[in-house]
Design a protein around this ligand. Structure first.
Ligand code: PBG
Length: 326
């Protein structure tokens, strides 16, 4: 036998020398849920270990995460039902608690990267990412709302905006609105290939943002398609995106790989709530070893070609690192 692949696996020093991918904390983005009020740390039932925070306690949590080495966060608002309306007007209102919190976080921790969510669903009485008229999601009536939301978020201090709505043309519209308002340094992480997936359940529980009627299939992508992801990637790149995102992650690693090959932009991947809940549940049952399975799952995103991984396990990964377990 001339070729024996096992020779390069003989010892940890050799394995480490030939290791092709290493996951670093810098690759991780920690999603956090924000709720209005004070003294609130409310666990999301279907996503154990993740909470809806009020800003006072969230600032302490972020401090703790920074001390563990986490530098990137994406924040989502859980909005009270009485503040929702068909136009998502609270999303850019002057007293929006999410915008105020972003301002507070960035002035307390200017060194971190804070990413937003641009979409109507947390603020929409219809629970849809776009404007609804007679049961239909109207693309071009949604764009100005997204632009107003985006400019308000840039003004609040978010470093990067994350349009997660899947309307056509929104990256270009948002880029133009930001530039016009002088926010040419605010980046855009486009949710490029966001699929109409069953894996978003725990997230919708956290924000109470499930659609009131219908589903999201006229704007989110069909899980059967991969060429369509390339089409979306080309559009987002042309329209000025700074990152392309694939979402969900684990069931769509082929899409991560494809986009990393066709685009020169950095690829982000969203290891969504349902993926994390699924792994956690199996570990809680004793069927999988959390400390081994979780890092292996995160590494798969890096290997597939993502530089940036949004994951609810970011803090737990940082803790494992600190304990020398990964
Ligand atoms: C909606 C949005 C969703 C997620 C992020 N932004 C859910 C949806 O499209 O209904 C899901 C993230 C997750 O499941 O972790 N704008």
């Amino acid at each position: 036998m001339l070729s024996r692949p096992r020779r390069n696996r003989k010892s940890e020093s050799i394995r480490s020398m030939v290791r092709e991918n290493r996951l670093e904390l810098a690759n991780l983005i920690y999603p956090i849920f924000l709720v209005d009020g004070e003294g609130i740390k409310d666990e999301v039932q279907s996503l154990p270990g993740n909470y809806r925070w009020s800003i006072d306690l969230l600032l302490k949590e972020i401090r703790e995460c920074i001390d563990l080495g986490i530098t990137n966060f994406v924040m989502f608002p859980a909005v009270a039902e009485n503040l929702k309306d068909p136009h998502a007007s609270y999303s850019h209102s002057a007293d929006n608690f999410y915008l105020k919190a972003a301002n507070k976080i960035k002035s307390s921790f200017p060194e971190i990267c804070l990413i937003s969510d641009v979409a109507m669903d947390p603020y929409s009485s219809e629970g849809h990412d776009g404007f609804v008229e007679n049961g239909e999601i109207i693309n071009d009536k949604t764009l100005p709302i997204l632009c107003e939301m985006a400019v308000a978020q840039a003004k609040a201090g978010f470093d990067i905006l994350g349009p997660s709505d899947m309307m056509d043309g929104r990256i270009g519209a948002i880029r133009e609105a930001l530039d016009e308002a002088g926010y040419y340094n605010t980046g855009i992480m486009a949710y490029t290939a966001k699929y109409a997936s069953a894996f978003y359940g725990p997230f919708r529980d956290a924000l109470d943002s499930a659609p009131k009627g219908g589903d999201k299939k006229t704007y989110q992508m069909d899980p059967s398609n991969s060429k369509e992801a390339i089409r979306e990637a080309i559009l987002d790149e042309e329209e000025g995106a700074d990152f392309l995102m694939v979402k969900p992650g684990l069931p769509y690693l082929d899409i991560v790989k494809t986009l990393s090959e066709v685009s020169s932009l950095p690829i982000a991947v969203y290891n969504v709530s349902g993926e994390c809940a699924m792994l956690r549940a199996a570990c809680d049952k004793g069927w999988l070893d959390f400390e081994k399975a979780m890092p292996e799952m995160l590494l798969s995103f890096k290997r597939a070609g993502a530089t940036s991984i949004l994951t609810y396990f970011a803090k737990e990964y940082a803790l494992l690192l600190k304990e020398g377990k990964v």
